[in-house]
Design a protein around this ligand. Structure first.
Ligand SMILES: Nc1ncnc2c1ncn2[C@@H]1O[C@H](COP(=O)(O)OP(=O)(O)OP(=O)(O)O)[C@@H](O)[C@H]1O
Length: 234
């Protein structure tokens, strides 16, 4: 297993301008995610988890420190790579599928620049990965919640992102479906070798998917636990 970091966040400060004031939300925040591994940020509501993900995605600037993906500096106080140039996939709770596009078209959406044959091949491969090949012609409203989340997952994996961000991606699902899906998503990410960062309130979900669990409190990382395969399978 590789332990080289794919993502490094060093001493980052994040916050929001409010009129003339500035409210610091995350301060002196550092973390590293090794290539191919899954990290989870846990913590109470309002502690800054989503703000960290938004900064990694490029939707929020950093006011101190830096975010580096592979060898590329993505964010520094005077530099910000645009979100569309980061090659980071996102699966957010409210990041719904396009209702007017079929499953196949939804997945192919991020591959518009690929040749039709390549696009078809990639879509086939991804549908097979989540065992939804038979549902390719359906529209999102004709799918169950779990099926929609699987389609959303492979749609975000289609352009081969360097990193996948998942923000409360499973919280709309029933407990039983969520538990199964979380295990399945871990297996898909591992098969694809994609590194991911997940934000959740749910400790069980974190324990079922993550190689590392970071606990946040008041905008700071207060614990970082490296987990073994035995911990995850337990
Ligand atoms: N656009 C914004 N403008 C001003 N303050 C914001 C904005 N977005 C978030 N905040 C504040 O930043 C803090 C951290 O919010 P964030 O959404 O990152 O927390 P979180 O840990 O993800 O919470 P939750 O688990 O409830 O989603 C909160 O106090 C929130 O009110």
């Amino acid at each position: 297993m590789s332990t080289l970091p794919i993502l490094q966040i060093n001493n980052v400060r994040l916050g929001y301008k409010q009129g003339r004031d500035f409210k610091t939300v995350v301060d002196d925040f550092s973390m590293q995610v090794p290539a191919g591994e899954i990290a989870c940020l846990l913590g109470p509501s309002g502690c800054g988890k989503t703000t960290v993900l938004r900064a990694i995605a490029g939707f929020e600037p950093v006011y101190a420190g830096r975010i580096v993906l592979e060898d590329q500096v993505l964010s520094e106080p005077d530099r910000m790579v645009e979100p569309e140039h980061r090659r980071i996939g996102m699966m957010f709770q409210d990041y719904a599928l396009f209702p007017h596009l079929t499953v196949e078209q939804n997945i192919g959406f991020g591959l518009r620049k690929a040749k039709p044959e390549q696009r078809r091949q990639r879509v086939d491969e991804l549908l097979a990965l989540v065992r939804l090949s038979d549902l390719r012609e359906r529209y999102p409203h004709e799918l169950s919640g779990g099926q929609q989340q699987r389609v959303a997952l492979i749609r975000s994996l289609a352009p081969a992102p360097r990193l996948l961000l998942l923000d409360e991606a499973f919280s709309n699902l029933d407990t039983e479906i969520r538990q199964k899906l979380v295990v399945e998503v871990r297996s898909i990410l591992k098969q694809s070798g994609i590194s991911a960062i997940l934000v959740t309130h749910n400790l069980e979900e974190a324990q079922a998917i993550a190689d590392h669990i970071g606990t946040m409190k008041d905008g700071r990382l207060c614990a970082w636990q490296r987990r073994t395969q035995a911990d995850i399978a337990a």
